[in-house]
Write a protein that binds this ligand. Structure first.
Ligand code: ATP
Length: 290
């Protein structure tokens, strides 16, 4: 029997632009992705068997533990592609908010690809895993790469950029559910009046200028989500009131994150969000840069 434990890190979008809707229904995007030190933990065990079987257990009852789970899908796809056999069992400790715009499912999926490669000793590059991963979700290639990146195409064209410098990041997930599909369906990509300055953000990252980075934080999906769910604007305002350099919705939401230079201010913001009952899931975290 072999055992392996991996952490799977959450991401936020420091900037998110949507360029156009494609004929296949996907959207061409241009985003800056950054990992945070907020992670799920996955423990894999593999026992010998004649065929491939997969079981999954999670500490949170609302996470599906069957073939709908992206961990399950990643293991099945690796099994099919590389003709693997064995009984694979995964224990998932879920800390990343679900349906939150933090790529929680995609990062677990990426961890499963990496773990399977290691457990079975496969000579497969990250590039190959990324090609397989995009079949399961647009954010999966980024999660396999797991470095600060400019993400283009539907999310599969990735260029490493300089990482977000040291700071404190408050993450708050309000208790509303936002469907990514609804957000994209209601976005009028051709009519957007403002687009984030992604080139400027890349330069600011290169210069390690937290000021330059934070003043360019923008997400065009807020035009859909913030209007429908006022709590998002309330959390952003609360973070700024408590000293955030800036705050933004991540992905299609509803999670909001704020950037702070001082831990005390970040903790004060987290307390204020909790006491005003704007969100239940609130974390003070930091960039995760490998
Ligand atoms: P993204 O930022 O990529 O849009 P998200 O935060 O919107 O992701 P997830 O947390 O990945 O969304 O979950 C979306 C759905 O995927 C959930 O409703 C859940 O049922 C399903 N799911 C599949 N695998 C997982 C997983 N490993 N962890 C959490 N949810 C999962």
């Amino acid at each position: 029997m072999k055992t392996l434990t991996r952490n799977a890190y959450a991401k936020v979008n420091l900037a998110l632009d949507v360029l156009r809707r494609r004929e296949d229904g996907y959207h061409d995007v241009c985003m800056i992705m950054q990992n945070l030190s907020l992670y799920d933990t996955l423990t894999f065990t593999v026992e010998e068997a004649d065929t491939l079987t997969i079981t999954l257990a999670c500490d949170k009852a609302f996470v599906p533990c069957d073939a709908r789970n992206l961990i399950y899908k990643a293991i099945a796809l690796m099994g099919e592609t590389y003709h693997l056999t064995g009984h694979v069992h995964v224990e998932l400790v879920k800390r990343i908010p679900v349906e939150a715009g933090m790529a929680g499912g995609s990062t677990d999926c990426a961890a499963a690809f990496h773990a399977m490669r290691e457990l079975y000793g496969l000579d497969v590059s990250d590039q190959e895993l990324m090609k397989l991963g995009v079949k399961l979700g647009a954010d999966v290639p980024y999660c396999i790469m797991a470095k600060t990146a400019l993400s283009e195409g539907i999310g599969e064209v990735l260029t490493e950029v300089a990482p977000l410098p040291d700071c404190f990041v408050v993450v708050a997930k309000p208790t509303i559910s936002v469907s990514t599909k609804m957000v994209y369906e209601n976005l009028h990509a051709n009519e957007l009046e403002k687009h984030p300055d992604i080139d400027g953000m890349v330069m600011a990252l290169e210069e390690q200028s937290l000021q330059g980075i934070t003043e360019r934080m923008e997400n065009v999906l807020e035009t859909v989500t913030e209007v429908r769910y006022p709590v998002i604007a309330e959390i952003k305002a609360c973070m700024k009131e408590c000293g955030a350099m800036n705050s933004l919705m991540s992905g299609s939401g509803p999670t909001v994150f704020g950037i702070f230079t001082e831990k005390e201010k970040a903790e004060k913001a987290a307390d204020a969000i909790r006491s005003r009952k704007l969100a239940k899931q609130v974390f003070v975290t930091q960039p995760y840069n490998v």
